[in-house]
Design a binder for this molecule. Structure first.
Ligand SMILES: [Zn+2]
Ligand SMILES: [Zn+2]
Ligand SMILES: [Zn+2]
Length: 699
């Protein structure tokens, strides 16, 4: 008998990889993602009829669907093999519903990695569709649809056409806006540090002033610093204590989605969506040995640190054959999952630990190599022994002042043997003993200013979403993407900065839709979705519980939100130089601008003054200009009387000291500097990038 089985996956590259493992009795086809969804143009949810969704074939997908129907009709059975999560289960469910009358035997299969063993194993154990998983996806889809469809028209009516506000994005936007407010309010405080250089047998060592009369010392002015140095100059210095401490540093768990995104952002400079895109390529398969594509990592959407027994045995055998015996712990290392982890999958790990990143480097593109390298090392390190080091601290006293110097010596490198960049920082201490006199050569005072809290970046926002319980492995990257796509947030280097439009929307939503921007409320919705997935609550009753209070807030908002169109179309006193009609202040994607009230007959538009000209004696405004070569620059509206000109980027806010416009400049690998170009002022402030790698080490 020659029976044929149709296997449907959601992407062509996945189809190609699977095709390699299944024999000629299988036909592999791709659905190219979702085929069926809610229509774009209307609510398509029957609220009265217990939230019944109305699904349609997505525009442009009819041909693919017809093709699948034909193939299903010719097959004895169909196996649905989209990715192993809610989204994948929903794709499978929709496919089953439309193919049911073409083929009576339709089942679901899933595999956590696209390797020969996993695919063959999956084919042997087909199952029914998991309705609870599907319902959790439907509930999320409909919840988000209701929020978008009720709030957007209010924003159109009261503010501006085309705006929208979504569920999880609104909380993220509020968090980003709140942080910006803190930064705007921040006033830098001056402080000083003091380092001494001392000479031991012709070699120079240094120590930092740490305490005065046994307490942490704070120096706030140059006068205070000078007084301290004057006192110290006449004093004697001696070693009062040498302390030794051993420290053991354990490796971290293998990656889950959020941690992978955080570390790829911090270490590789990837955005969250780039990390997910590259991880998807590694998961779906790449030809690394000339025999066709193979999946290099396990599924990349997971919140579990669990690994399979097979993977554990193979990594332990890898470590024991490539490292001396003390690099392999006696018992396997175990890691705790977060309390709300779904634990449906394994951690993100290489499918074959013997595939060393350097061995396949020339088969991967640069980004694929970097990410695979990160995943591979994290996984191997997670089953190695801790790094042990010795921290030596030296205390020097002079009167009531205490100085400290410390150095770390690695006694045993353990898991850090995998990564040269991750070795503990060394530092050097002189060969001295307690009571020895110290010969100070130089006092090195340094002025500093406190910095404001850092702006969020991809890494720290994902960390926030994860830790507060708002995010799920599938939602981190889309949340950030949506904010950027709607121009509510823009990227300045790695930093996420709210736009004028973003602040305006946040201002409205946080007043009129308090629940939507409440972390607690959003967490409870995410938990309810998890309960739907675990069949503990019914998805339609969850929706109706949400709907009633939400609809009330929509009705209230409709009444109470003041019409902002007037504010936006405000007259500015300026007259259009082309037609003589008044110019109006408008809100565009990139902020406010001036447009002629004669629109559309007159299309004159120009940028608004950005702020006060930095020249000390000038009362002009900074305006944007474009050079003959098309490059933007900024100049004074009083030109040619005032010759101020710069290519620095306006920071969009006034100097807190003198009120002139601030400009910003990015500091490589560090963050952004905002500075006042007023020569009489000189104010500047650094907004540093937040390094949010957990426990401060790479692996
Ligand atoms: Zn005009
Ligand atoms: Zn000027
Ligand atoms: Zn200033």
């Amino acid at each position: 008998m020659n029976s044929k089985t149709l296997v449907i996956v959601e992407s062509p590259s996945k189809a190609k990889t699977i095709n390699k493992y299944l024999g000629k009795d299988y036909v592999i086809s791709s659905s190219m993602g979702h085929i069926i969804d809610l229509p774009k143009s209307r609510l398509a949810v029957d609220i009265e009829n217990s939230f019944e969704p109305e699904y349609i074939t997505i525009r442009g997908k009819a041909k693919i669907l017809n093709d699948l129907k034909k193939k299903a009709k010719k097959s004895d059975s169909v196996l649905l093999a989209p990715d192993p999560d809610r989204e994948g289960e929903a794709i499978a469910w929709h496919l089953k519903r439309v193919l049911e009358d073409k083929c009576p035997d339709i089942k679901r299969i899933e595999f956590n990695e696209i390797t020969e063993a996993a695919v063959k194993e999956a084919v042997l154990h087909p199952r029914e569709i998991n309705e609870s998983l599907v319902n959790a996806q439907q509930a999320r889809r409909i919840l988000d649809r209701i929020v978008g469809y009720y709030i957007s028209p209010i924003l159109w009516k009261k503010v501006k056409k085309g705006l929208s506000a979504g569920r999880v994005q609104s909380v993220a936007l509020k968090v980003i806006c709140d942080r910006e407010e803190e930064i705007d309010k921040f006033i830098p405080v001056e402080y000083w540090t003091l380092e001494i250089d001392f000479d031991v047998k012709g070699k120079i060592y240094s120590a930092q002033l740490a305490q005065f009369k046994g307490e942490k010392i704070e120096i706030s002015s140059s006068e205070q610093m000078e007084k301290i140095i004057d006192t110290l100059k006449n004093g004697k210095f001696a070693i009062s204590e040498i302390k030794q401490k051993e420290r053991s540093r354990k490796p971290q768990a293998p990656f889950i989605t959020s941690k992978l995104q955080q570390e790829a952002a911090n270490r590789l400079g990837f955005t969250s969506s780039k990390t997910m895109m590259v991880a998807q390529q590694l998961y779906e398969g790449i030809d690394v040995d000339g025999t066709g594509p193979v999946g290099l990592i396990t599924y990349m959407r997971t919140d579990s640190t669990r690994i399979s027994d097979v993977a554990l045995a193979s990594v332990r055998s890898y470590i024991s054959s490539n490292f001396p015996s003390d690099y392999l712990p006696e018992k396997p290392n175990t890691y705790q999952n977060k309390k709300n982890a779904q634990d449906a999958h394994e951690a993100i790990r290489p499918t074959d630990v013997l595939r060393h990143p350097d061995g396949i480097k020339d088969k991967l593109n640069k980004d694929q190599y970097k990410l695979y390298n990160l995943i591979w090392k994290k996984f191997v390190a997670s089953q190695m022994t801790p790094e042990r080091s010795e921290i030596n601290t030296l205390t020097i006293i002079s009167g009531d002042y205490e100085f400290r110097a410390s150095a770390t010596k690695v006694l045993f490198d353990g898991f850090t043997a995998l990564d040269k960049d991750d070795k503990a920082k060394k530092g050097k201490l002189p060969p001295m003993k307690e009571g020895d006199n110290v010969d100070v050569r130089e006092f090195k005072p340094e002025q500093h200013f406190t910095s404001p809290p850092p702006r969020y970046n991809d890494a720290s926002l994902v960390k926030f979403l994860e830790e507060s319980g708002i995010g799920r492995p599938s939602t981190y990257a889309p949340t950030i993407n949506t904010l950027i796509r709607r121009y509510y947030v823009s990227r300045n280097g790695r930093q996420l900065v709210p736009t004028v439009l973003g602040k305006l929307i946040n201002g409205i939503v946080k007043v009129h839709f308090k629940d939507l921007v409440s972390v607690d409320f959003t967490v409870s919705m995410e938990e309810k979705l998890d309960e739907v997935e675990e069949s503990r609550i019914e998805w339609k009753s969850m929706l109706s519980e949400f709907y009633a209070p939400f609809k009330t807030s929509v009705d209230e908002a409709e009444k109470n939100i003041e019409d902002m169109k007037g504010i936006l179309d405000e007259e500015t006193g300026e007259v259009c130089e082309k037609c003589g009609k008044p110019m109006l202040k408008k809100l565009g994607k990139f902020g406010f601008f001036l447009a002629c009230s004669g629109f559309p007959e007159c299309r004159n538009a120009k940028s608004l003054p950005l702020g006060k000209c930095p020249e000390p004696a000038c009362d002009g405004d900074v305006v944007k200009r474009t050079s003959k070569k098309g490059r933007p620059f900024y100049a004074c509206s009083n030109y040619p009387a005032c010759e101020f000109v710069t290519r620095e980027t306006p920071a969009g806010k006034p100097c807190p000291k003198c009120g002139k416009l601030l400009f910003s400049k990015s500091i490589r690998h560090k963050g952004i500097k905002m500075m006042c170009l007023n020569k009489d002022c000189g104010y500047e402030i650094e907004l540093l990038d937040e390094e949010s790698a957990p426990e401060g080490n790479g692996i």
